[in-house]
Design a protein. Structure first.
Length: 318
């Protein structure tokens, strides 16, 4: 059994027919403020049950990991996090004869808020850094995070929330099991030149071996294995469409730059600028009919641009 130090406790505990009702029980613990409502029933003495609503404000993440078996089991990484958290969480299950939670029966859900926190010295982080060859990612920061979490069937699951691996914004979602198993997906945007050989080899399939090292590439990383032996890997199947889209966007941008450079200083420069959206119509008498559709206006612009380029080409041939 773990020891808990509570101070400034107020509220009511009403015991009747083998059930203890907690009504507005408030106290200070772990550096924060707790409010607990709910019940503890011993009607089935071999399987006593609890059903609590927890509201916690400003408690230490690290202290919670050191004193709560539920946090230690489902979120062991919390022991390496410096910062405070708040939560509004529903929690139910059975207690063992030692008055500790039977972790296989834990069921719960709620929101966890972290105003600011940092994680360093984790195998999870170092594994991802090694995989991507990203620099300055040995520190993960959380700021104004609102995390939706649930515990069911022996797993703690979290819906997508944002953190920063060094300078890179990363969306995290997945679950941790009672046995310490991990099943997470991390999505981040990273400059191609910052990635490791495994990912760049994958990108080369869609670029002919060429890519802009400064172009942001969406990276999807799967984090499996176990807490003490994490196994990060790039999810190639998920990356395929993302890589194609990123390469296509980069190609369009480079094509536009090349076209503008090729016609710079010529009569075609203004025409190309108009086509790319860089110019404005000089004829103020041509006012668009408000009854025409956007598609009609776009078609007219394209036709006019095509005629101008054709006329320019004819003049050059003459």
């Amino acid at each position: 059994m773990m020891d808990y130090v509570m101070t400034n406790a107020t509220g009511d505990v009403v015991v009747k027919d083998g059930v203890a009702d907690l009504r507005g029980l408030k106290f200070n613990m772990l550096g924060g403020t707790f409010t607990v409502t709910g019940s503890y029933s011993t009607k089935d003495i071999k399987h006593p049950k609890y059903d609590f609503g927890l509201k916690i404000e400003g408690a230490s993440i690290k202290q919670a990991a050191n004193t709560s078996s539920i946090v230690q089991t489902y979120a062991p990484i919390a022991g390496l996090v410096n910062g405070n958290f708040s939560t509004d969480f529903k929690l139910s299950g059975e207690l063992l004869q030692t008055m500790m939670p039977n972790l296989t029966t834990v069921d719960g859900s709620g929101l966890i808020k972290i105003v600011e926190a940092a994680l360093t010295g984790s195998k999870l982080v170092s594994g991802i850094t090694s995989l991507t060859s990203l620099e300055n990612t040995d520190k993960v920061t959380l700021k104004d995070v609102l995390m939706s979490a649930s515990i069911k069937n022996g797993r703690l699951g979290v819906k997508p929330f944002d953190v920063k691996f060094g300078d890179y914004k990363t969306s995290v979602a997945g679950s941790t099991g009672l046995d310490g198993s991990l099943d997470y997906t991390l999505k981040m945007d990273v400059p191609a030149g910052k990635l490791g050989t495994q990912y760049n080899a994958f990108i080369a399939q869609y670029t002919g071996g060429k890519s802009d090292p400064n172009a942001n590439i969406p990276v999807t990383i799967g984090l499996g294995g176990f807490y003490n032996s994490p196994a990060p890997k790039i999810l190639m199947a998920d990356q395929k469409e993302q890589a194609k889209e990123a390469v296509t966007a980069a190609a369009k941008e480079e094509g536009q730059k090349a076209l503008e450079k090729a016609v710079k200083g010529t009569d075609a420069e203004k025409i190309v600028s108009d086509i790319l959206g860089g110019g404005k119509s000089q004829d103020s008498t041509k006012v668009a009919d408000t009854t025409r559709t956007e598609a009609d206006v776009q078609k007219q612009l394209e036709d006019e641009a095509r005629k101008k380029i054709q006329n320019l080409l004819k003049k050059k041939k003459e």
